[in-house]
Design a protein around this ligand. Structure first.
Ligand code: MN
Length: 699
C-alpha cells in the first residue's frame, strides 16, 4: 500500500472518505491482477497505473476516473473481464477501462499511416466520454516519462506517435501542460542529437540573455507601478522543441529565434489586461500587425490572452502575453478545468470549445461517406498548421494555414466557390486571395453568373478548391477560353492593350512560352495553365507581380459598373462624403474625398478628373480613420472600444502613441457604413469624460 501514499494524499484534498476508499479497493484489485508483471524498467507493473492516477489526481479528476486509471490495463494485460469490473466497480468505471483498452490497441506509426478505421474508433471512444481520453493522455505521458528503458525502435515509434497524435489532441483540448511535456519528451526521444545541440546552444546563450531579460522586466514593472497596475511579470524561455520547430518551419537561424524575448504578464481582470496592454504599447513601440486579441476571440481550444510584439531596447523584439490568473490556469489545463474548478461550462471557454469540437466530431461521423472521409475531416481539425475561422452563423471551419477566402468558399460548397466574387473578412471587404487568420469571420459574396478565375489557382491551397477550379476550366469552351485569356492578359498589362504590342514582340513571347500561336497562348491563359502575369511580364518587363484586385464595391458609385474602382487610402472616402475620381494608370479610378489635399494637386490634370456620386442604395463596410486624444486614465481604451462594439463597428487597426505623460493619442482604423454611422460613433465617444478630442483624420 506504500505506493498509494502520494496518491492518497492528493485525493483526500478533494474527494470524500467513501470515494477514497473505493479508489483504494480499485488499487488492491489492480495490484493483485498485475501481480508478478514487470515493466521494462524492472519496476513492478502496478507502479505505472498508480503514476497515471497520480497525474489525473493533480487536476482533480473524479473518483471514477482515478479508479479507471488504476485499472486501465487490467482488461488488456490480465485475465480480468469487463463484466467482472462492472460488477465490482460499477458500469461507469468498466466503460472507462474498456474505452481506454480499445484506444490502447490502436497503434499509429505515422500520421499518414494512421488507419482510417482505427482513427475513427479512437475519436468516437473519446467523444462518448471525454474522461477516456484524459486517462489515455495521462497513460501516454507516463509512458513518455519512462521511455528510457525501451529499445530504440519502440522508443522512436512511441515518441513519434505522441508527437503526431497525442500532443495535438492535448492541444486541441487546451491542456498545454500535458502537451508541452509530451513535446519536450518526444523531441528528446525522436531527435536526440538535435535536442542535445539546441540544449547546449540555449545554455550558452542564457548568460547574455539574463541581463537583457532583467532590464526589460524592470522597465515593465516600473511602468506598471507608475500606472498603478498590479501584475506579475514572468520572463518566458522558449522550450527546445518550439525553438527547433521555428528553425525548421520558418527557416530561421538559432540566433534569430533567440533574439526574441518573451514575457508574460498575469494580472487581475480583463479590464486590467487591456490597460496593461495600453501601458506596454506606451513603454515600447508595438510592431505593426502583431497584436492579437484572444480574449475577445479565444482560440479554438478556448485559450485566452492578449498577444503583442514590441520593439524593445536595441531593437530587440519583445513578445508579451497578457492574461488574467484564471486565463493562466485555463491555459495550462484547458478542458480539465471542468474538474479542477467544478466550473459551470458556460464560463469555461476551454470546456465549451471542447464540447463544440466533440459535437462536430459526431457530425463528421454522421455525414462522412466512409472512414477515410471522416479522418480527412478530423485531421484538418486536429493537426497543426490549420486556421480556424467562423462562418457568418458562427460555425467553426478549419482550413490549412494559408487557406484563402476562395478555399473557404469551396469548403462551404462547390457552387459557392464557383460563383464567389468577393469576401467579407470580419465584415471588411477583402480580396479573395487574402490568407485567413484564426478567429476571423468569413462571409462569401456570390453573384449569379460569376465563374471561377484561373488566377485563383496561384493562391488556393486546398485540394478541393484546386480540383474544382480545374474541373470548371476544363469544361470551358475553347472560344470562351480565348476571350477569358485575352481579358486576363489585358488586365495583367495594366492599361496597355495587347494590340499595342508589335507582332515581333508577341511572336517572341509565343516562342518563349512554347505555344503554337497567339490563340494557343490565350487558351492556356484562359484555362489557367499559364499565368497572365508572366506573359505580361515577358511583353513588358516593367510589369511585376504586384497584387491588384478589383473592388467589388464599385457599384457603390453611380456609373462605374464594370470599371475598376479603388478607394484612396490618403482620405478614405465613405458614403455620404463628397467625392471626386482620378483616373490612374493601373489602378482604374481612384476615389478621393473632394476635400482631400492630394486631389487638389491632381486638379491640374483636368482630363483625368471625374466628378462622382455615391449610389443611393450603397451598402457595405468602409474603412475610415479617426483619432482620439484622451487623458491617460484608467480604462479609457476599454470605454472607447466598448462604444465601438456597441455601435456595431469593427476595429481594423489601432495605434496608441503617447503624447506626454498625461495624455495619449489613439488612432483607430474602423469600418463603418457611411457618414451618418461615423457621426453617431464620434458623438458617443465624445461623451466619455476622459476623451479630450476626437476627429476624423486623413493620413
Ligand atoms: Mn498504460
Amino acid at each position: 500500500m506504500y505506493l498509494l501514499t502520494g496518491l492518497r494524499e492528493q485525493l483526500v484534498t478533494y474527494l470524500d472518505q467513501q470515494q477514497v476508499e473505493e479508489v483504494e479497493q480499485a488499487y488492491i484489485f489492480a495490484s493483485d491482477a498485475h501481480e508478478g508483471q514487470k515493466r521494462s524498467s524492472g519496476d513492478p507493473y502496478i507502479t505505472h497505473p498508480v503514476a497515471v492516477a497520480r497525474i489525473l489526481s493533480e487536476i482533480h479528476l473524479d473518483h471514477q476516473t482515478i479508479m479507471a486509471a488504476l485499472l486501465h490495463d487490467v482488461i488488456e494485460d490480465t485475465e480480468v473481464s469487463r463484466d467482472e469490473l462492472a460488477e465490482k466497480f460499477g458500469e461507469s468505471v468498466a466503460e472507462l477501462v474498456e474505452g481506454v483498452s480499445k484506444l490502447t490497441k490502436i497503434k499509429f506509426s505515422t500520421r499518414a499511416e494512421a488507419q482510417a478505421e482505427n482513427f475513427r474508433k479512437m475519436m468516437m471512444a473519446m467523444v462518448r466520454d471525454i474522461r477516456v481520453i484524459m486517462i489515455k493522455l495521462a497513460d501516454r505521458l507516463h509512458n513518455m516519462r519512462t521511455l528510457g528503458s525501451l529499445k530504440t525502435e519502440k522508443r522512436r515509434r512511441i515518441a513519434n506517435e505522441t508527437l503526431e497524435i497525442y500532443s495535438p489532441i492535448a492541444n486541441r483540448l487546451g491542456i498545454y501542460s500535458i502537451r508541452e511535456e509530451m513535446q519536450a519528451l518526444g523531441f528528446a526521444a525522436l531527435y536526440p542529437m538535435r535536442h542535445k545541440i539546441i540544449q547546449a546552444s540555449v545554455k550558452r546563450a542564457r548568460g547574455n540573455r539574463k541581463e537583457i531579460i532583467n532590464t526589460i522586466k524592470g522597465s515593465i514593472y516600473e511602468r506598471l507601478k507608475k500606472a498603478k497596475l498590479s501584475g506579475e511579470v514572468i520572463g518566458r524561455e522558449k522550450d527546445l522543441f518550439s525553438i527547433y520547430r521555428k528553425m525548421r518551419d520558418k527557416k530561421m537561424t538559432f540566433f534569430d529565434v533567440m533574439d526574441v524575448y518573451a514575457f508574460r504578464i498575469v494580472t487581475g481582470t480583463i479590464d486590467t489586461c487591456y490597460r496593461v496592454l495600453g501601458q506596454m504599447h506606451m513603454l515600447y513601440k508595438p510592431v505593426h500587425g502583431r497584436f492579437k486579441d484572444y480574449i475577445a476571440i479565444p482560440k479554438a481550444n478556448g485559450y485566452q490572452s492578449l498577444h503583442t510584439t514590441l520593439k524593445g531596447p536595441h531593437g530587440l523584439h519583445v513578445e508579451v502575453q497578457i492574461r488574467t490568473e484564471d486565463m493562466q490556469k485555463m491555459a495550462e489545463i484547458g478542458v480539465a478545468a471542468h474538474w479542477l474548478y467544478k466550473s459551470n461550462s458556460d464560463s469555461n471557454p476551454a470546456e465549451l470549445k471542447a464540447r463544440e469540437w466533440m459535437r462536430s466530431l459526431i457530425e463528421f461521423q454522421e455525414n462522412a461517406a466512409d472512414s477515410i472521409d471522416f479522418v480527412e475531416n478530423v485531421k484538418i481539425d486536429l493537426f497543426p498548421d490549420e486556421v480556424y475561422v467562423f462562418s457568418p452563423d458562427g460555425e467553426i471551419i478549419s482550413l490549412p494555414t494559408g487557406a484563402t477566402a476562395v478555399d473557404f468558399a469551396y469548403f462551404i460548397h462547390t457552387d459557392v466557390g464557383n460563383s464567389c466574387i468577393a469576401a467579407k473578412i470580419d465584415r471588411q471587404l477583402s480580396p479573395l486571395s487574402t490568407p485567413l487568420v484564426n478567429g476571423q469571420t468569413v462571409e462569401i459574396i456570390t453573384a449569379q453568373g460569376a465563374r471561377p478565375n484561373p488566377a485563383w489557382l496561384s493562391f488556393v491551397i486546398t485540394g478541393k478548391a484546386r480540383a474544382n477550379i480545374r474541373h470548371y476550366l476544363k469544361n470551358l469552351r475553347i472560344d470562351e477560353a480565348i476571350k477569358l485569356g485575352r481579358r486576363l492578359l489585358d488586365k495583367a498589362l495594366r492599361g496597355q492593350k495587347l494590340g499595342s504590342f508589335s507582332e515581333d514582340d508577341i511572336n517572341r513571347v509565343i516562342t518563349i512560352t512554347r505555344h503554337k500561336d497567339l490563340e494557343d497562348l490565350l487558351v492556356a491563359i484562359g484555362l489557367g495553365s499559364v499565368a497572365a502575369m508572366i506573359v505580361a511580364h515577358h511583353l513588358n518587363p516593367d510589369i511585376t507581380d504586384e497584387p491588384e484586385h478589383e473592388d467589388s464595391r464599385s457599384i457603390a458609385i453611380k456609373g462605374t459598373e464594370g470599371m475598376l474602382v479603388t478607394y484612396a487610402k490618403c482620405c478614405r472616402p465613405i458614403p455620404g462624403d463628397p467625392i471626386e475620381g482620378f483616373v490612374s494608370t493601373g489602378k482604374g479610378i481612384v476615389v478621393h474625398r473632394a476635400r482631400c489635399n492630394n486631389i487638389a494637386e491632381y486638379r491640374e490634370q483636368e482630363d483625368k478628373m471625374i466628378p462622382m456620386q455615391w449610389a443611393e442604395d450603397v451598402s457595405g463596410d468602409y474603412p475610415v480613420s479617426f483619432r482620439v486624444d484622451a487623458k491617460n486614465e484608467r480604462g479609457v481604451l476599454v470605454k472607447v472600444t466598448t462604444k465601438l462594439a456597441d455601435a456595431d463597428v469593427s476595429i481594423i487597426n489601432m495605434q496608441i502613441d503617447e503624447h506626454d505623460g498625461a495624455h495619449y493619442k489613439i488612432c483607430f482604423l474602423v469600418s463603418v457604413k457611411d457618414r451618418v454611422h461615423l457621426a453617431s460613433i464620434i458623438k458617443k465617444i465624445r461623451l466619455i469624460p476622459s476623451v479630450a478630442k476626437i476627429a476624423r483624420v486623413s493620413e
